[in-house]
Write a protein that binds this ligand. Structure first.
Ligand code: ADP
Length: 465
């Protein structure tokens, strides 16, 4: 009998086993080729877990088994004309089980040693299989937990490569592959928490750095907060609409009250010619204010329905600016604001009425939001020619716009906090209209502002359609 060959065939068999039962089967197979047995079984914690080909009456051998369990060494006992062999499965002095054999032949020492080695290796393999099973179970448990979370979880390495992602993370990545590039940049971003929009969904993104096996890793989580943000926006819009209604009533009532009071006076009292003229001028001014308010409302409905249209014509932009300044002369005097224009004659193809309206709204704002605490108040209007565009720059040294307000001033009905505090007349529609006009012309608006210092609006409009 070639023991080396037997040993290596045992190793081969046992190595293929994927379950505890397969290990015992391989073990008894190999034992059989060393020692022909009639019956064999494997016990674990006093229970038979495997037998071949038939069960043995273990109660008869309980004393032997108990003795072997104490000694932790194999032994064969004569039983009538046969032998009963008991081989403990031991690993590091710990009993994992026993093998029971009923055989006609008593093995020699060499075979006994081999059986002992088989038993030991079986113990090691079974323990490894149990350990592997536990690892697989806990891995499955962890992945089930992570996949049940309705939050996208990404684990990245130092280069920003995804090393793990849960089911929710897969879903959002499928919806918008840009997330991949974002993740790469996110690991170098100073911010640990931020809100980002992907594919019309808003996410609160949280980044945590950690160390694993001496390597830096990042966990980046995506929490979908679209509902909360939409709700917040709706609340904001609702608040702005309420303010708008209150504001518009005020905006309507003020000129109406003035018109009514002056006409009543003119109708019921003797007034000299000079005062008559003064009163009528006020009535005219206030009706103009009403007219412009109605025009703004009309324009707003055009924007909302997407039906604002442009009528292109060729005109001199500087002439137009001068007209705007002329129209706003009285308002500028009232607010003690000096308007300076720096413009060389330049022809442009655009909607004259709408461009005039846009410039008017901006200059009107610059005057309205001038800073009363400053002795010299100004609005500088200049035009710069660029390759394909014209830039109209309106710079004031007024009260300025806060960073927070700057992000919202183009929204419909939005009025900066300070316009309410300073009781500046308006509807919050001016800039919405300006933006739409410039957008329809294929241009854009830039704003720069510092609180307390002033504001610069730049309208960039293409020369031609
Ligand atoms: P309104 O002037 O009717 O309030 P707008 O849409 O024209 O509405 O402007 C929105 C807001 O932008 C204003 O309420 C104000 O807070 C801010 N704003 C606009 N222009 C200026 C400016 N030149 N200086 C300071 N604040 C400004």
């Amino acid at each position: 009998m070639n023991l080396d060959l037997l040993f290596s065939s045992f190793m081969h068999e046992i190595g293929k086993a994927t379950s505890e039962m397969e290990v015992y089967k391989a073990l008894l197979n190999s034992v059989k080729s060393v020692l022909k047995y009639e019956k064999a079984l494997v016990m674990k914690e006093d229970k038979v877990v495997y037998y071949e080909p038939e069960m043995l009456d273990i109660h008869k051998f309980e004393d032997y088994i108990a003795w072997i369990k104490q000694r932790l060494l194999p032994a064969f006992f004569s039983e009538e004309d046969k032998f009963i062999g008991i081989i403990p499965i031991v690993k590091q002095n710990k009993l994992l089980g026993v093998i029971l054999l009923l055989t006609k032949n008593e093995p020699n020492n060499e075979i006994l040693n081999l059986l002992q080695t088989f038993a030991f290796l079986t113990g090691v393999t079974v323990e490894n299989l149990i350990l592997l099973d536990q690892i697989k179970k806990s891995e499955k448990f962890m992945s089930d937990v992570l996949n049940s979370i309705k939050e996208g979880i990404f684990v990245l390495n130092e280069e920003g490569k995804i090393e793990f992602l849960n089911d929710f993370a897969k879903e959002i990545l499928d919806l918008d592959p840009h997330i991949n590039d974002f993740l790469k940049s996110a690991i170098n971003d100073e911010r640990k928490i931020l809100t980002k929009e992907f594919n019309s969904h808003y996410y609160t993104v949280v980044k945590v750095k950690f160390n694993f096996s001496n390597e830096t890793k990042y966990v980046v989580t995506f929490n979908n907060v679209t509902y909360e943000i939409e709700l917040e926006k709706l609340k904001q819009l609702d608040k702005m609409k309420t303010e708008f209604v209150a504001n518009i009533s005020h905006e309507l009532r003020t000129p109406l009250t003035a018109i009514k009071a002056y006409t009543e006076t003119l109708l019921n009292m003797e007034v000299d010619r000079e005062s008559q003229r003064e009163f009528l001028e006020t009535v005219y001014e206030q009706s103009e204010r009403l007219e412009s308010l109605l025009n703004d409302l009309l324009d707003f409905t055009l924007i909302e329905s997407g039906t604002m249209e442009l009528e292109y014509s060729e005109f001199d932009l500087c002439e137009l600016i001068k007209e705007v300044v002329e129209n706003l002369k009285q308002l500028a005097e009232k607010y003690n604001v000096k308007i300076n224009v720096n413009c060389e004659s330049v022809s442009i193809s655009a909607d004259k009425r709408r461009i005039k309206q846009a410039i008017h709204n901006l200059v009107d704002n610059s005057i309205k939001f001038s800073d009363k605490s400053k002795e010299k108040r100004y609005v500088n209007i200049s035009v710069e020619k660029k390759e394909e565009n014209l830039s109209i720059i309106i710079k004031d040294n007024g009260i300025g716009i806060s960073q927070e307000d700057k992000e919202k001033i183009f929204e419909k009905f939005y009025r900066g906090d300070r316009s309410l505090t300073y009781e500046v007349p308006g509807t919050g529609l001016g800039l919405t209209i300006v933006q739409e006009i410039i957008k329809l012309h294929g241009g854009k608006i830039n704003v720069q502002s510092t609180l307390g210092e002033g504001t610069t609006f730049e309208l960039v409009i293409p020369y031609r359609k």
